[in-house]
Design a binder for this molecule. Structure first.
Ligand code: GDP
Length: 288
């Protein structure tokens, strides 16, 4: 059930890309300075370019979910990642709003354009998660939401009068924020990731990593990795999706050395070496 940002199974969209079947050419069709016909060169190697063009035009959906206790810097990090005010808190809700009594799920959409590529970004926030005295089963509404989006998409996909473009609300990626305690994962962290890693791509991140020393950070990363392994929790990039040896080598490195990512977010820009960068100003310097 792991969703990818571009749906390659959508035959309706595909059929428009592929030209009508034509008689086999007697000579290779590669144009070599010859006057080409209206359609130009046809070959499977042009499909990628056709798909790229189409995706550039229509844009693609990317839905990212953030989960973790309030105050861990979730809103700040998504704003940092996309270099724009895309989080729930910058879109009308204010920072001082009360923490809800139950987990709420709030999705906010934006259209971001970069280098001619349009991305329909949806940030799904989960205020209230892990904020109660009793956080038992507080992952349940999140799991329910994720599964509902799969169902919605599937329903549209198997529909006889299928839409030309099915709106994709599936959660492509879930950033799970771990508190930078330096101790171990909390039972709630394990519980959430155990259940949700089965339905969504989870990327565990250590929040506010600037609050740890370099040694603390390295040690904490190791500890978290160990705990995830002991508890049989798979995170992104999952082993089962390694396509070949090259993928495996690359992803093993991420899985064994980088994960969980230690992140620092900031909404503020500073001038560093003549460049404006997002950073955090501290008494001992600016963290880019
Ligand atoms: P959320 O409730 O998880 O969305 O957290 P916010 O993004 O609202 O951040 C809560 C507070 O933590 C704010 O005062 C932020 O400025 C601060 N903050 C956010 N990211 C970081 C970070 O990476 N490091 C540090 N030290 N503080 C951060």
């Amino acid at each position: 059930p792991h969703a990818g940002p571009v749906d390659s199974k959508n035959e309706a969209a595909m059929s428009e890309l592929v030209p009508e079947p034509r008689q086999k050419p007697v000579v290779p069709m590669k144009p070599m300075g010859i006057n080409t016909n209206l359609l130009g060169y046809i070959g499977i190697d042009t499909i990628i370019e056709q798909m790229r063009k189409k995706t550039m035009k229509t844009g693609f959906d990317f839905n990212i979910m953030v989960v973790g206790q309030s105050g861990l810097g979730k809103s700040t990090l998504v704003n940092t990642l996309f270099k724009s005010q895309v989080s729930r808190k910058s879109s009308g809700w204010n920072r001082e709003e009360k923490i809800p009594k139950t987990v709420e799920i709030k999705a906010i959409g934006h259209v971001i354009e970069e280098g001619g590529v349009k991305m329909k970004l949806t940030v799904i926030d989960t205020p209230g998660f892990g904020d109660q005295i009793n956080n038992e089963n507080c992952w349940e509404p999140i799991e329910k939401y994720i599964n509902e989006q799969y169902e919605k998409f599937l329903k549209e996909e198997v529909n006889i009068a299928r839409k030309k473009r099915i709106p994709d609300t599936r959660v492509h990626c879930c950033l799970y924020f771990i508190s930078p305690t330096g101790h171990s994962l909390r039972p709630l962290d394990l519980e959430f990731m155990k259940h949700l890693s089965k339905v969504v791509n989870i990327i565990p991140v250590i929040a506010k990593a600037d609050t740890m020393t370099l040694e603390e950070k390295t040690e904490f990363k190791q500890r978290v990795r160990k705990e995830l392994e002991v508890n049989g929790i798979e995170f992104y990039p999952q082993k089962e999706f390694d396509e070949d040896l090259e993928d495996k080598t690359e992803n093993d490195k991420i899985r064994q050395e980088s994960m969980p990512f230690a992140v620092v977010g900031s909404d503020k820009e500073y001038q560093v070496n003549g460049k404006r960068v997002l950073g955090r100003k501290t008494p001992w310097g600016i963290i880019e």
